[in-house]
Design a protein around this ligand. Structure first.
Ligand code: 5GP
Length: 195
């Protein structure tokens, strides 16, 4: 069986990555999602094991020691990481796997897994990002500002990515995301040059 592709989706928080990924997962059966571990507290409605594996800092550090992460990073005061074993099981079974991770983690994956395809998702502007973060209202003002300044740095990194999806018009972005995913799975020429 053909091995699946490792797909990193990154970009500023508030760009709408999660929604686009959810839609792509529903529409493209060859795609699977890698559930990350985090030390952040669950938000309203989040389910342990589905949205994240929620760990204490102590547990997370133990996982690091045990070498269980493909990558991990600290973001806004919390630790986030991709458990490696599940990703490799899925890839071996022929599924392509989406990692929704922030920039430091994305860079580590690019370094350790040169065959990974890097997809950057962003809002049309930083103003739009701020509006969306505010609209989500799960963050207090201080956290929002910290996330905004990270967003500014992240937008500057878009050149490091193979593909970009701009989330302006919802329907258009949904189409773009799906086309991008199908293209990657089918091994578009642009992606194979790096493999
Ligand atoms: P949130 O707290 O909003 O769910 O996620 C914050 C940031 O952490 C987002 O940019 C998200 O993509 C990133 N993130 C989620 N899981 C992982 C992971 O396993 N590794 C890394 N490096 N970042 C992650």
């Amino acid at each position: 069986m053909r091995r699946g592709r490792l797909i990193v989706v990154s970009g500023p928080s508030g760009a709408g990555k999660s929604t686009l990924i959810r839609e792509a997962l529903e529409a493209v059966p060859e795609l699977a999602y890698s559930v990350s571990a985090t030390t952040r507290r669950p938000r309203e409605g989040e389910v342990d094991g589905r949205d994240y594996v929620f760990l204490s800092r102590e547990e997370f550090e133990k996982w690091i020691q045990e070498g269980r992460f493909l990558e991990w990073a600290e973001y806004s005061g919390n630790l986030y990481g991709t458990p490696e074993q599940r990703v490799d099981e899925l890839l071996r079974s022929g599924q392509s796997v989406i990692l929704e991770i922030e920039l430091q983690g994305a860079r580590l994956v690019r370094k350790n897994r040169p065959d990974a395809v890097m997809v950057f998702v962003r809002a049309p502007s930083l103003e739009e990002t701020r509006k969306r973060l505010r609209g989500r209202a799960t963050e207090d003002e201080e956290t929002l500002e910290a996330r905004m300044s990270t967003a500014v740095q992240e937008v500057a990194a878009r050149d490091e990515f193979d593909r970009e999806v701009v989330n302006g018009d919802r329907e258009q972005a949904r189409e773009d995301m799906m086309r991008t995913m199908r293209d990657i799975i089918e091994g578009g020429a642009e992606d194979d040059k790096r493999a």
